[in-house]
Design a protein around this ligand. Structure first.
Ligand code: CP
Length: 304
């Protein structure tokens, strides 16, 4: 299909066909390097007001592989700290020739009003507890590759669902492809209203793992918690930590996923994280391909 969108803000608004287009493009990049330099002459900048290892680095590698220039811009050393708004920052960088902004921000929904006021393309690299579309895309890419398809798969997402943009983007996307999603965690971290998204809610990981094709383990986001939503890290690990023992309750070929950053001994044991069923580092590798696909499709629309 022809790509029509200027920005990638979230997966809720994308059709299954659009998501499939991105995954297929990523698959082509897995088979062969890009022909030429499709983003030659383009400049990519990062507006990250939250820390990142995987998303920022893989976008940077993706942009360079496509021939783009990457601006060494850091929010921490910028005039945002002197009170300049994000929109003014964006307009100023756009005036210098920036074509793509990869944005991570603590505020949910911050990108939509910005996208409407710039000709540059915006990519959501995680906004508050709203969406993290490229993480979910790389999760789907990995699932599809490992399982041969998404329809009918049972995917258990366990952890801090309440604060997780990764969980939301995964739910939006997986549901479009007919996967069965279970969101699991303590009541304080699994909001009941998420059942409206057509998912199963569970507070019992052992029961939830039965028949699971994949378990996606999320970090407890202590930095977003305004009150103590878990009694203790030790209690949490006992009830919801994914261990090699617990993994035996799932299908024998159940894959272990984690978006990172991982807190070993809090939400996952090292045996589960590094064991034969883990695809965590494959997810990371696929992240570069998916981000190349996103930039390449956005560029195809800009060139029209
Ligand atoms: N998964 C993810 O977003 O990781 P980073 O925070 O390291 O980018």
């Amino acid at each position: 299909m022809t790509w029509e969108r200027k920005d990638l803000l979230g997966l809720r608004e994308l059709s299954a066909a659009e998501i499939e287009t991105i995954l297929d493009e990523a698959g082509r990049f897995k088979q062969a390097a890009p022909e030429g330099a499709p983003l030659s002459g383009r400049t990519v900048a990062f507006l990250f007001s939250e820390a990142s290892t995987r998303t920022r680095s893989s976008f940077e590698i993706a942009a360079r592989r496509l021939g783009a220039e990457v601006l060494g811009f850091s929010v921490a050393n910028s005039s945002l700290l002197k009170g300049e708004t994000l929109l003014d920052t964006l307009w100023n960088l756009e005036a210098m020739g920036v074509d793509y902004f990869i944005v991570r921000h603590e505020q949910s929904g911050v990108l939509e009003p910005l996208a409407a006021r710039t000709k540059a393309s915006l990519v959501n690299a995680g906004d508050g507890a709203h969406e993290h579309p490229t993480q979910a895309l790389l999760d789907l890419f990995t699932l599809r590759e490992k399982k041969g398809g998404l329809k009918g798969l049972k995917v258990v997402i366990v952890g801090d669902i309440k604060h997780s943009r990764v969980a939301r983007s995964n739910v939006y996307a997986l549901k479009k492809f007919g996967a069965k999603v279970t969101l699991c965690g303590p009541q304080s971290l699994v909001p009941a209203d998420l059942a409206a998204l057509g998912v199963t809610l569970s507070h019992d990981l052992d029961a939830a793992l039965e028949g699971a094709d994949a378990v996606n383990v999320l970090r407890i986001q202590l930095e977003r918690q305004k009150q103590n939503l878990i009694t203790s890290v030790g209690d949490y690990y006992l009830a919801y930590g994914l261990t090699a023992e617990r993994l035996k309750l799932a299908k024998p070929d159940c894959i272990v996923m984690h978006p990172g950053p991982m807190n070993r001994g809090v939400e996952i044991s090292s045996h589960a994280a590094d064991g034969p069923q883990s695809v965590i580092l494959e997810q990371v590798a696929n992240g570069v391909l998916v981000r190349m696909a996103v930039l390449s499709l956005l560029e195809s629309r800009r060139k029209k």
